[in-house]
Design a protein around this ligand. Structure first.
Ligand code: 9MR
Length: 375
């Protein structure tokens, strides 16, 4: 037993009734004095848990979240937690084509502006998401029967309009999203089918011209582990770079289950850094079978912590973005039957084990201790 523990016990002695070890109200004062005296001696200062954004920035990365426009507008607790906790935000849906340009040439930036304004007011970075995707496209576009030349012009104008509007306020963009099929070849879909493979290089070039300062990313899911998709993504990035296409980063979405191992993600990221691009975890969530129990939530917590450790140790990993921060606002239950509880906070915004484990993973610099860790 060390000296600190001995002092602590001696100081606490009067507070305890011999025999039943029950705390007496009139003896709380010596106990309080004991705690105040001994904790600093043990290096345990009574400090509040720092928010994720501070812990992350102290380690040189950002922790962000997807933001839904509805709750941001309507829910004060959602706003408060968002502003306090995160250093970066990604509009979950507000910058998708169907939201931004619901009719040709008629732009609606209401929701996106609300999110970007909030971010600017709260000193948060913004990840723009997303310009070239085969989903969330409006009917006028997919059903318009446009020829190649006209469609290229439509895409170019859309990219220029959106990037120009947010120049200086959105520093990172997911220019293209989910462009690969599971076998690692370019995905068949609206853009490839209509414009051919050059659409991708052109999109990045138009984006660079519209906002030369912005960091331009390719965002993908299912490439978090070694395999055909990660290989295809690497070949694609290598090819784009060889053509001089201005691509600055690759985003790994990381929508996973609590049973998923992310053991290969660090190596995959390293390979991309070797190609000369930044990497980021862009849409992390960890779904569990419902009803969630202590075991699955514990596993989920470990996956979140592991993801943070991977990003902290991988070269050029700039940020971790979670895809929603409360179970009250998450896409998972709508898309994965029988699954949910995928985020850091429960539906009442109370911290889950995943939140605590993430803070600890972020805080684990050699000179700092995670004083608030839960068992
Ligand atoms: O979470 C998003 C959900 O609200 C939308 O309905 C859906 C379709 O636009 O997109 C979800 O976000 C996706 C993201 O944009 C790209 N990667 C997969 C995400 C989950 O489907």
């Amino acid at each position: 037993m060390n000296a600190i523990a001995v002092v602590f016990m001696l100081l606490m002695l009067p507070s305890l009734t011999p025999g039943c070890r029950q705390l007496h109200a009139d003896r709380l004062v010596p106990l309080a004095i004991a705690v105040v005296m001994v904790l600093p001696m043990a290096g345990v200062a009574a400090q509040p848990q720092p928010p994720l954004r501070d812990l992350a920035s102290a380690r040189g990365i950002a922790v962000g979240t997807a933001v839904a426009a509805g709750p941001l507008r309507d829910n004060e607790s959602y706003r408060d937690r968002l502003g306090a906790e995160f250093g970066s935000v990604t509009p979950e849906d507000a910058l998708k084509w169907s939201a931004v340009e619901p009719a040709r040439g008629q732009y609606d930036f209401t929701d996106a502006d609300r999110i970007v304004d909030f971010a600017v007011q709260h000193g948060q970075a913004v990840r723009g998401h997303t310009l070239v995707w085969h989903l969330s496209l409006p009917e006028w576009l997919t059903g318009g029967g446009f020829g190649v030349t006209e469609l290229r012009g439509i895409l170019k104008t859309h990219i220029e309009t959106v990037l120009t509007r947010y120049r200086g306020r959105i520093a990172v963009w997911d220019i293209a999203n989910e462009v690969l099929a599971e076998d690692g070849t370019l995905r068949r879909g609206f853009w490839l089918d209509r414009l051919g493979p050059d659409y991708l290089a052109e999109a990045f070039r138009w984006a660079r011209a519209a906002d030369p300062q912005a960091r331009l990313y390719l965002n993908e899911y299912g490439a978090e582990h070694a395999g055909a998709k990660a290989d295809g993504l690497r070949a694609l990035v290598r090819d784009l770079k060889a053509q001089g296409v201005p691509i600055d980063g690759v985003g790994f979405q990381t929508h996973v289950r609590s049973s998923t191992s992310l053991s290969e993600l660090g190596d995959v990221m390293r390979h991309f850094a070797q190609l000369g691009v930044d990497v980021a975890i862009t849409e992390l969530d960890v779904r569990v079978p419902l009803p969630a129990d202590a075991v699955s939530l514990g596993r989920q917590a470990e996956v979140y912590a592991h993801a943070a450790r991977v990003c902290l140790s991988a070269p050029r990993c700039r940020s971790i973005t979670v895809w929603g921060f409360t179970d009250a606002v998450s896409w998972i239950p709508d898309y994965y039957f029988g699954y949910g509880a995928a985020t850091l906070l429960d539906a009442t915004l109370a911290a889950k084990p995943a939140y605590h484990r993430l803070t600890c993973a972020l805080a684990a610099a050699p000179t700092r201790r995670c004083l608030w860790q839960v068992a």
